[in-house]
Design a protein around this ligand. Structure first.
Ligand code: EPU
Length: 441
């Protein structure tokens, strides 16, 4: 199987990119559709590995979900015939645990393996399990099988306050309480725009869910039925990857269409370091190199902060900036798998210790004072990168390595293309259209 890229960099990338649908909306909306009455049609669904893997899982569960056009998916609601999520395929997709929502509505009891996805830290689901219990769902973990048994005696409802926000945790509790005769209140809920897209999808189909800042209220309804085709919004992570590529390679790339608030924090930061940005039209922008970038300090945080998924891309930009840049990762442990790889290309990048007064509240993961963490890096630039043989360890790190290889004037081999393609649609074609020399081997 072809699972590596061979890249020859050193050229400014120029052209136009049509953004694909957002992975982290599509996955949840597909799962939500399984709770609906009748057929659901979703447009702009990206054909990425995570989506294909989820569709496979649904098929194994006896459900029907298939592409009827290039990016149009048709899903049959309430058609699952098994209540146990396959261990092997389930462990490949982080959101597989969310299948518990449609399964519970159909069977009252289901079995879910420990969630998979990118290995960007321990990624426990303790808050999620606590939230489920608070709204009346029974969850037991069997450490011998690695499966959760999830069951429901009466319709869910109640109150849960996340001790620290969780993006998929919030979405999962919304799904679990959407079909009910009770009300559920979630406090300290995630503010991510993907959560609001899921709410929009459910509300367009008969749901009754509203948000007041970080409080989400779900008034349960008796059924969900699609009234109009739902269009998956563009992927803000893909947008930032191509924007970073434009500036890092010394080129210019037009990107669209995506609502500005989804990328506003990134754009603001890019402008402060001297990256070029122009709004062209409604939802369309040009990102370009205009002068040597300035160094920066960023720390990641949930929306509307600087997103954790953007920091790996930002690191390559900072290898091209003058001076010392600092990146602090607050959301996930272990989101610096690219550091050792970028060093292979000659980047001056190292882990550093930053004194943090209250790490328990500063970090969004469950901070353990007994553990040693590496949550901050220093990058010294500008640095001329050279070619190398690299390995992708997680999705966003994958895009970062490709950007770095496209900046370096020599040839590079990047192993683990399938990890990157979990989240980027038509990646090789899009890079080629921009003039990048990339081939799969
Ligand atoms: N956490 C816990 N316990 C929980 C839930 C979360 O300790 O019960 C921790 C996580 O381990 C993490 C932090 O809390 O350290 C925040 O996690 P959150 O649950 O908010 O993240 P997530 O839902 O697992 C989603 C996206 C990520 C994206 C983050 C931030 C999906 C499928 N994943 O992750 O996207 O980075 O929110 O917006 O929506 C990606 O696309 O590659 C990706 C990793």
């Amino acid at each position: 199987m072809e699972d590596a890229y061979i890249i020859k960099g050193g050229k400014p990338l120029r052209g136009q990119v049509k953004l694909s649908g957002a992975k982290n909306v599509a996955l949840k909306v597909i799962i939500a559709s399984l709770m609906f009455e009748g057929k659901v049609i979703l447009k702009n669904v990206p054909r990425i590995n995570d989506v294909l893997e989820l569709l496979h899982l649904i098929k194994i569960l006896g459900g029907r979900a298939e592409f009827i056009e290039e990016n149009t998916l048709q899903i049959e609601g309430k058609k699952l015939s098994k209540n146990k999520v396959d261990l092997y395929h389930g462990s490949k997709v982080r959101v597989s645990f969310m299948l518990a929502a449609p399964l519970l509505y159909q069977f009252k009891e289901c079995f879910i393996p420990n969630p998979g996805g990118c290995r960007i830290g321990a990624r426990p689901i303790d808050r999620i399990v606590e939230g489920m219990r608070k709204i009346g769902i029974m969850v037991e973990y069997d450490s011998q099988t690695g499966f959760y048994k999830v069951s429901l005696e009466k319709k869910p409802g109640g109150y849960y306050r996340f001790p620290k926000p969780s993006h998929t945790g919030t979405e999962f509790l919304i799904l679990l309480s959407a079909l009910s005769d009770k009300k559920t209140i979630i406090e300290n809920a995630a503010m991510e725009p993907e959560v609001d897209e899921l709410i929009r999808f459910l509300n367009e189909s008969g749901g009754n869910i509203y948000r007041r800042q970080s409080t989400i209220v779900i008034e349960g309804v008796s059924k969900l039925k699609q009234k109009k085709v739902f269009n998956i919004i563009a992927d803000r992570n893909e947008a930032v990857t191509y924007a970073s590529l434009a500036v890092a390679s010394g080129g210019e790339i037009k990107i669209g269409k995506i609502p500005f608030p989804l990328i506003a924090t990134f754009v603001k930061k890019l402008e402060t370091v001297g990256g070029g940005f122009i709004q062209l039209g409604e939802g369309e922008y040009k990102f370009f190199y205009q002068k040597r970038l300035k160094s920066s300090r960023i720390e990641t945080s949930p929306h509307p902060g600087f997103m954790t998924d953007w920091q790996p891309n930002w690191a390559v930009l900072m290898t091209q900036a003058s001076g010392e840049s600092i990146i602090i990762e607050r959301v996930f442990e272990n989101r610096f798998s690219y550091v050792g790889e970028l060093k292979k290309l000659g980047a001056q990048i190292n882990f550093i210790e930053i004194p943090i007064k209250n790490p328990e509240s500063y970090f969004f993961f469950n901070f353990d004072p007994q553990k040693i963490y590496q949550q901050a890096i220093r990058i010294i630039g500008p640095q001329t990168l050279h070619g190398g043989v690299l390995n992708i360890h997680d999705l966003r790190a994958g895009a970062t390595l490709v950007i770095a290889a496209l900046v370096a004037p020599e040839e590079s081999i990047i192993n683990g293309a399938s990890i990157l393609e979990r989240g980027y649609e038509n990646f090789v074609d899009k890079i080629k259209i921009l003039g990048g020399e990339i081939r799969k081997i």
